[in-house]
Design a binder for this molecule. Structure first.
Ligand code: NAP
Length: 202
């Protein structure tokens, strides 16, 4: 069970254009404290094992943690070799919040994604050196970052390929190369977030 602000606007705006004022108001006046308290109650009642958030920056987590009695177990955010989320990762580690990386392959071929990850020459070179695919390099890199990940495929072969990341590892040199990849938030999209939603943190 998770709180997930921000995405509503992207998907709505992509399909139907700018948000009507009444919807905008509904979203910007979103009562995080009220929703979180209700989610805590669900957990206490045994209706859910754990509660979490998605697309929360450090600032939003600070806000949430200032009143939460149960901290979020997980924060699902975009994370991949072109969007490292280093500051957020450090923050979440310190607070005991697990990161789940969405769009771990940069969501190539989707409305919200880009080719930046799967067409990276640096990742291609690393993949060739290991006899692996770029997708496997991305997923192995995330594993070695100590985060969990949500990768999506409708293809059985690629699903299997995405599981074959546990019996090999990246080298220090590979990590140094990936550290130098230019950072771009893939899920930025062509729409502007309501400022209240994404506070510009990188
Ligand atoms: N919380 C949020 O705001 C948020 C935002 C975005 C996404 N998500 C979630 O995150 C999960 C995954 O993210 P995503 O779909 O955005 O991006 P993704 O997993 O990075 O990319 C999915 C794309 O990669 C392809 N793919 C998968 N494995 C591959 C492989 N081994 N080689 C080549 N291509 C491969 C898929 O095609 P095929 O299906 O043809 O294999 C699909 O086009 C989903 O469950 C999604 O719902 C959450």
């Amino acid at each position: 069970m998770s709180v997930k602000p921000g995405n509503w606007e992207i998907s709505y705006a992509r399909k139907f254009g700018p948000l009507p004022e009444h919807v905008k108001e509904l979203i910007t006046t979103f009562d995080l404290k009220g929703v979180w308290t209700a989610m805590e109650k669900c957990q206490k009642l045994g209706l859910t094992k754990s509660i979490g958030v998605s697309n929360f920056t450090r600032k939003k987590l600070d806000d949430l943690l200032s009143f939460a009695k149960i901290p979020p177990s997980v924060n699902q955010v975009e994370m991949n070799p072109v969007w490292h989320q280093k500051k957020l990762k450090e923050y979440c580690e310190a607070k005991g919040i697990i990161i789940t990386a969405f769009s771990p392959l940069g969501a190539k071929g989707t409305l919200w994604g880009s080719n930046e990850v799967m067409d990276s020459e640096i990742l291609k070179e690393i993949a060739e050196q290991h006899g692996k695919t770029i997708a496997q390099v991305c997923l192995r890199w995330l594993l070695e970052q100590g985060v969990t990940m949500a990768v999506k495929s409708y293809n059985k072969e690629r699903m299997n390929q995405n599981l074959e990341i546990f019996d090999w590892s990246l080298t220090k040199d590979d990590h140094e190369k990936i550290d130098k990849i230019k950072q771009i938030r893939v899920n930025n999209g062509p729409v502007v977030f309501i400022p209240n939603f994404w506070d510009g943190e990188t």
